[in-house]
Design a protein around this ligand. Structure first.
Ligand SMILES: [Zn+2]
Ligand SMILES: [Zn+2]
Length: 273
């Protein structure tokens, strides 16, 4: 007999691929309903056969996404189903108390690294590459529940390719909130100036051809023995990273401008380019 329950999961469950995981598990278990982030974690409203629901809850407990950390799973008494037609991820519900442990930023995963070094991949050497399993979290989150609109990524409208990935349940960027590419996401800018004449930072005048050109250029400067200082601000999407060339300070200054904060990837990019 069909029945329905609501499962509230608390802990580090936002920004760690929990909703896509629940979605895939529900599909596999032939359950219907919905999942969404709320102010205390993730809520799953699910209906199906009681034994399937029990199995589903047991899977949630035993095989959660690797980056999650479940503190508790509570579920309501079984009730009459409302006959959901499918299972879906829906808009967050921000009602109620606002206590929500947030995941730390997560170092670039192996899948993203593979893409970043694949010349044929559209994110080849894109320094802000990320996915459901990696990328910035704590640094960009301004409020809970964790949704793109509540992060500093809200200013970057996804391009068609990124949106297709974001909306595809089979894609590893399904609901990856900070997803981005060189077409639509934060970019690296490399600029030079003299001490006397400091061009406006936020013009595209000195924009390089591609993101990887910029990282290569920075790498070249390092290899030429330049001493580089990186100075970063933390005012969300308008954050700056400035790089100063110590030995030739009077001739030229370099400035990287980042439109979001994601330093670990940046450092990685310089070290390995
Ligand atoms: Zn990744
Ligand atoms: Zn894109």
């Amino acid at each position: 007999m069909l029945t329905r329950t609501q499962i509230q999961i608390k802990g580090i469950v936002q920004g760690v691929g929990f909703r896509p995981f629940v979605f895939a598990l529900a599909e596999r278990s032939a359950l219907k309903g919905q999942v969404f982030n709320n102010s205390v974690g993730v809520l799953v409203d699910v209906e199906g056969e009681e034994c399937q629901i029990k199995q589903f809850i047991s899977e949630l407990k035993t095989n959660p996404p690797p980056l999650s950390n479940i503190e508790s799973i509570e579920f309501s008494n079984y009730s009459k189903p409302i006959n959901y037609s499918d299972f879906r991820i829906v808009e967050s519900n921000s009602n109620g108390a606002k206590f929500m442990p947030i995941s730390a930023d997560i170092a670039t995963c192996d899948d993203c690294l593979r893409e970043m070094f694949d010349e044929n991949n559209r994110r080849f050497r894109y320094p802000f590459i990320n996915c459901t399993n990696c990328g910035p979290r704590f640094t960009i989150i301004e409020n809970v529940p964790y949704d793109r609109a509540q992060t500093t990524m809200r200013d970057f409208e996804m391009c068609e390719n990124c949106r297709d990935e974001y909306e595809n349940p089979l894609d590893r960027r399904f609901h990856a909130e900070p997803t981005a590419c060189a077409d639509c996401g934060p970019k690296v800018f490399l600029r030079s100036r003299t001490e006397e004449n400091y061009p406006q930072i936020n013009t595209d005048e000195h924009r390089f051809k591609s993101q990887s050109d910029i990282i290569s250029q920075a790498n070249q400067l390092l290899q030429n023995g330049e001493i580089i200082q990186i100075d970063a601000g933390f005012d969300g999407p308008k954050s700056d990273i400035e790089i100063y060339r110590d030995t030739k300070l009077k001739k030229e200054w370099l400035c990287f401008r980042f439109y979001a904060v994601n330093f670990f990837i940046f450092f990685f990019g310089i070290a390995d380019s």
